[in-house]
Design a protein around this ligand. Sequence first.
Ligand code: CA
Length: 225
Amino acid sequence: MATILVVEDDEYVRSAIIQELSRRRHAVRSAGRALDALREITQNPPDAVILDLGLPDLDGSEALKMVRSVSSVPVIVATARDDETEIVRLLEAGADDYLVKPFSGDHLNARLEAVLRRARATARPSTLRVGALAVDLNRREAVLNGTPLTLTRREFDLLAYLAARADRVVPRRELLTEVWQQSYGDDQTIDVHLSWLRRKLGESASAPRYLHTVRGVGVMLITPS
Ligand code: CA
């Protein structure tokens, strides 16, 4: 799941794209003008932008240039013109990829997943740090106060998922779908793993340090004070 900003002034096209992306479980925001998009990108940075080149307030390549001046977010430009010279110019101006209108939902999704994958590969740090806890994603090792933790595969996945979202409450449902890859299940599965993980972190539910349960909402990994 990623946060995608759709910049498109045509309401019909915009809602079709939003619907398609929402169906793929992305969080979608939208703007109908280039300047609104720029504000959105600086205030609430998305993971990727789909940028229509025919916007009412700014020329497409001008809009792209302005996005590039404030952000390195992946940008897929949507152009009505299947013109090679134009497309090369846009890629040189900083677009990560392009789509020629009209495009299908599958095509959009394939391009989007590719740019997101590239962005994650370059941007994601291999070691996440939360207080005295270090989670090395490449080596799949977690170290607390300099001591390596012995974790099962699932415990590591759970810890890594929470560490990547430190100081945020992660809903239980999200843990089920993202860590357990299940769309349904009971809370007990999560509770059992949380209690094992908690013990390995040297803490208890009644005196949590890193791992906090927010009743009725989810779980949060925080830097202990
Ligand atoms: Ca347009």
